[in-house]
Design a protein around this ligand. Structure first.
Ligand SMILES: Nc1ncnc2c1ncn2[C@@H]1O[C@H](COP(=O)(O)OP(=O)(O)O)[C@@H](O)[C@H]1O
Ligand SMILES: [Mg+2]
Length: 361
């Protein structure tokens, strides 16, 4: 198959591992930086939307989406992320190419507060968290979260934008400084994982736990990101941790590819708490520490969704044809069709026809 990898880190370890495994399995990979893409929305009612790419000489070339079996999303960073999501949505929603991860789910997961809302709804044990825009009464914060507390910008990654605050002065000055720039903050109870600090990274691929490891923080730090410390070891998860990790990935809509972080509370029998779900998890640490070939698992997952999509197309064509003849025979107004078509595409032809009957005089 032909894979389009959307990445702004084509030479990074993760992208290279994925490319190597894809080629090993006989696939072709074309890599584009999302910010080099130009999306065209057509004025045609039936929607002949298109995608273009600026080549190295800044010339615009048409990128024929039909040649690609699947788009793999591997982009991140403040400057690229939103535009990358829009391009991913264009491929998926408008050009009908299957994608590795749903753009809306990636957007939810990238925001530490919206993802915590999902965890909470899915009853995954969250760390007590406040989301604030303006400075808040110190006594209220301490009552809810205790001291010290962890403060986070909602969109940070790799540990940047995560810091610890331990007294009234540092909390009030931090909150008022961020408030003046109209930046929201997450305040969170500090979970003491022991010394040195550590957390668990659980890598989920295609709805299953593919690998997991414990990441160690540097002695002087409480953040266990592999990108900061480059140290970790294999870990055996408890059943509760496995269930939590899967529920967290599903709750944000990323059961396909997700890196879930969990922290064990050393002061309470290692009770596990969810930290976050990453939609663009690095392959470097997990591959080095566990030896599991995560890149290959991801490519096998892409093979499955590409296959599923091509068989779904046949089914939905069949459903479309049946619907079309039903509509012609019963003189249904074209304006009522979109919702019905959606039902039919989901494979619920009977539901679609019964909805159609309701619209008939
Ligand atoms: N509430 C917390 N209590 C203790 N440690 C935390 C807490 N929140 C985050 N950490 C530590 O900081 C690291 C980075 O935090 P995280 O929320 O995952 O941000 P990032 O997206 O930057 O990785 C975590 O992997 C964990 O080691
Ligand atoms: Mg993290």
């Amino acid at each position: 198959m032909k894979i389009l990898m959307l990445t702004n880190a084509a030479n990074g370890v993760s992208a290279q591992l994925l490319k190597k495994q894809a080629e090993k399995r006989g696939h072709e990979v074309e890599t584009y930086d999302p910010t080099d893409l130009v999306a065209f929305i057509s004025s045609t009612v039936s929607g002949h939307d298109q995608m273009y790419v600026k080549d190295t000489h800044s010339e615009i070339q048409r990128l024929y989406s039909k040649q690609f079996d699947v788009v793999l999303a591997r982009f991140s960073g403040r400057d690229v992320f939103q535009y990358g999501l829009a391009m991913l949505q264009h491929f998926n929603g408008n050009l009908k190419v299957p994608v590795s991860s749903d753009p809306l789910a990636l957007s939810i997961a990238a925001n530490k507060f919206t993802s915590h809302q999902c965890f909470s709804l899915a009853k995954v044990r969250t760390i007590p968290t406040l989301f604030v825009n303006k400075p808040v009464d110190f006594a209220f914060i301490v009552k809810k979260l205790g001291l010290p507390l962890v403060c986070k910008t909602p969109l940070g990654s790799q540990g940047s934008g995560v810091f610890i605050l331990s007294d009234e002065l540092s909390i009030s000055t931090t909150l008022s400084a961020f408030s003046r720039t109209n930046k929201n903050l997450l305040l969170q109870k500090f979970i003491d994982s022991g010394k040195p600090s550590s957390d668990l990274r659980i890598f989920i691929v295609d709805g299953e736990i593919a690998a997991s490891y414990r990441r160690w923080a540097l002695d002087s730090d409480f953040r266990s990101n592999y990108s900061l410390s480059h140290s970790g070891e294999k870990v055996k998860l408890t059943t509760e941790e496995e269930e939590m990790a899967l529920a967290a990935a599903y709750s944000v809509g990323l059961p396909g590819i997700c890196g879930v972080d969990i922290v064990r509370d050393s002061a309470d029998n290692n009770k596990p708490y969810i930290i976050e779900a990453n939609g663009n998890p690095s392959l470097e640490g997990v591959t080095k520490v566990t030896g599991v070939n995560i890149a290959e698992k991801i490519i096998i997952y892409l093979e499955r969704i590409a296959r599923k999509s091509s068989s779904k197309t046949k089914d939905s064509e069949e459903a479309d044809n049946q619907l079309k003849s039903f509509v012609m025979n019963h003189q249904i107004q074209p304006g009522t069709l979109e919702y019905i078509n959606q039902l039919a595409r989901k494979g619920d032809l009977n539901g679609a026809i019964s909805e159609l009957r309701k619209t008939m005089p």
